[in-house]
Design a protein around this ligand. Structure first.
Ligand code: ZN
Ligand code: ZN
Ligand code: ZN
Length: 278
């Protein structure tokens, strides 16, 4: 299983869109190496997790054939995770499709955003090429040959944000952002369903800043708590690659700073374009 981190920044991006803080000013001067676009993960060229405004840019920068992606899992409706306007372009004269049908999986708010954002411009010729599947926490389904388990995130009270465990041919990837500390029920659900993650991506929005800043996201000390929980439940072991990602400009997430932070706590720091194979 190949996991590609196409974007690794929090909602505002790095450098942040409207920010002139010292870090963002520095990052803007460094060129693309220090840029972190909004988060998106590609598994094996066929399964995408989330669809930020940079999905189009990611397809160019990282050579992703979006026309052949059959499955899109959406964590929640926040704009950095689901920019739905682009879907009006999936077909008709705008695209020759590798996969005739894209299946999108998301919660009821994601379903609403999908219909709101496509209502004005979706041509009848395009609509049949996308199927929206509404899912809830604790659902398990098969998509493009992957077994997918959706678990509840600790993120917002306005919708049931999701996290995903994706498994194929004995390899597993656990996608944990946006979220705070996982509930015991969510961990038990994974363990009860035989989840064994070879790689985990953790929300580390706050970088080194200590926990309790918000229950919606994590810093590295919160991530360590979640990692310990997963290990105690047998979901990860010593061979698991633990990746931190979804960094905010507030934690000065230069490549060097995040590499240093990650190595001190036994993680790998994601950057835009990081590819891992498990
Ligand atoms: Zn986010
Ligand atoms: Zn900034
Ligand atoms: Zn969010």
């Amino acid at each position: 299983m190949i996991i590609k981190f196409l974007g690794t920044g929090a909602a505002e991006g790095v450098p942040a869109m409207f920010c002139n803080c010292r870090f963002c000013t520095w990052a803007r001067e460094q060129g693309m190496r220090e840029v972190r676009t909004r988060t998106q993960v590609l598994v094996d060229d066929g399964l995408l997790i989330d669809f930020p405004p940079e999905a189009y840019y990611h397809s160019i920068a990282h050579g992703v054939d979006l026309s052949s992606v059959e499955t899109l899992l959406v964590t929640h409706s926040h704009m950095d995770h689901f920019y739905a306007h682009d879907f009006i372009l999936r077909g008709y004269k705008y695209a020759r499709l590798g996969a005739p049908l894209l299946n999108i999986y998301g919660n009821e708010e994601v379903a609403k955003v999908f219909s709101e954002c496509t209502a004005r411009e979706m041509k009848p010729e395009v609509a049949p090429h996308i199927c929206f599947n509404q899912i809830s926490p604790y659902s398990i389904f098969t998509a493009s040959g992957y077994r997918v388990a959706a678990l509840p995130a600790e993120h917002v009270c306005t919708e049931r944000a999701l996290l995903f465990y994706v498994e194929r041919e004995g390899r597993g990837y656990l996608h944990l952002h946006d979220t705070g500390n996982l509930s015991d029920e969510a961990v038990a659900f994974l363990a009860d369903n035989g989840a064994r993650a070879d790689a985990v991506a953790y929300d580390c929005t706050f970088g080194e800043k200590s926990g309790n800043l918000s229950a919606r996201h994590m810093g590295v000390s919160d991530v360590c708590v979640v990692r310990d929980k997963l290990a105690a439940a047998g979901i990860i072991d010593g061979g698991t690659i633990n990746v931190i990602t979804h960094f905010s400009h507030n934690c000065s997430p230069s490549r060097a700073n995040m590499d240093d932070l990650a190595s001190r706590f036994g993680f790998v720091a994601a950057y835009d374009g990081l590819r891992i194979e498990v």
